[in-house]
Design a protein around this ligand. Structure first.
Ligand SMILES: O=P(O)(O)OP(=O)(O)OP(=O)(O)OC[C@H]1O[C@@H](n2cnc3c(O)ncnc32)[C@H](O)[C@@H]1O
Ligand SMILES: [Mg+2]
Length: 203
C-alpha cells in the first residue's frame, strides 16, 4: 500500500493537495491527521528552502514518502512581499482576515493597473528511499479592492487570476485546481511520480 504524508497543518491547502495528488497513493494523511504537535520553524529565505525543510523534518521523523508545499503571494507594488512571509504577514496569531486587511490597507492607493501579483507554490517530495524532488508553479493575477467570495482559503478572496474577473474565492474549486500555482506545481510532480512508481522499486 502506498502511503503519503503531507507535511502541512493548513486545512485549506491540505484539501487542495489531496484533490490534486490524484490516485498515486492509497492512503494520504496530513499533519493534522496524525501529528499536530510538530512545529517546524520556516526560517528559509525562499519557498524552496522552506518546502525542503518541512519535507525533511517529517521524512526524518517517519521515513515515509513525504510531500511539503511552501507557497505565498508576491505583490508587484510591494516588491514581491509578503512572499515567504505570507503566513506571518500580520503576526504569528493573525487570521486570514487580518492578513487580507493588512494587504488591502497597504495597497489602498495603488490603482487597478498597478495591482499585479502572483501566487507561487513550491512542492518538495521525498520518496521512500530518501530521494528528493522539487517542482514549482506560478499563477499571475491581480489584487482586488475588497474581499469577494467564500471558496478556497488564505488570500483567495482578494486574488483575481489573469483571464478572469472573479477572485479565486468566487471561482469553483475545480477551476482553481486547473489554473492555480499549486495545480501547476502538481502537474510537474505527477510526471515525476509517474516515473518513480513505474520503476516498481518504490512503494
Ligand atoms: O506551512 P504549512 O503548515 O503548510 O501551512 P501555512 O499556512 O503556514 O503555509 P505556508 O507556510 O506555505 O504559507 C503560505 C501562505 O500563503 C497563503 N496561500 C498559499 N497558497 C494559497 C492559495 O492557494 N490561496 C490563498 N492563499 C494561499 C496561505 O494562506 C498562507 O498564509
Ligand atoms: Mg507555514
Amino acid at each position: 500500500m502506498r502511503k503519503l504524508l503531507i507535511a502541512t497543518k493548513n486545512e485549506g491547502k491540505a484539501k487542495e493537495m489531496k484533490q490534486l495528488i490524484g490516485s498515486y497513493f492509497d492512503d494520504v494523511v496530513t499533519l493534522n491527521d496524525f501529528d499536530g504537535s510538530v512545529n517546524i520553524i520556516e526560517d528559509g529565505r525562499t519557498f524552496e528552502e522552506n518546502a525542503l525543510k518541512k519535507a525533511r523534518v517529517i521524512y526524518t521523523l517517519y521515513r515515509q514518502p513525504t510531500l511539503a508545499d511552501d507557497s505565498g503571494l508576491e505583490v508587484d507594488a510591494l516588491d514581491g512581499k509578503p512572499g515567504v512571509m505570507s503566513a506571518r504577514y500580520a503576526g504569528e496569531n493573525a487570521t486570514d482576515e487580518d492578513r487580507i486587511k493588512k494587504l488591502l490597507d497597504e495597497l489602498k492607493d495603488v490603482p487597478d493597473d498597478k495591482r499585479g501579483a502572483q501566487f507561487v507554490c513550491v512542492l518538495v517530495f521525498i520518496d521512500k528511499q530518501g530521494r528528493i524532488y522539487q517542482t514549482k508553479g506560478i499563477c499571475r493575477g491581480k489584487i482586488a479592492f475588497e474581499p469577494r467570495g467564500e471558496n478556497g482559503f488564505g488570500y483567495d478572496p482578494v486574488f483575481v487570476p489573469d483571464g478572469f474577473d472573479r477572485t479565486f474565492a468566487e471561482l469553483d474549486s475545480q477551476i482553481k485546481n486547473q489554473i492555480s500555482h499549486r495545480a501547476k506545481a502538481f502537474e510537474n510532480l505527477k510526471k515525476i511520480l509517474g516515473e518513480i512508481y513505474n520503476e516498481d522499486t518504490c512503494d
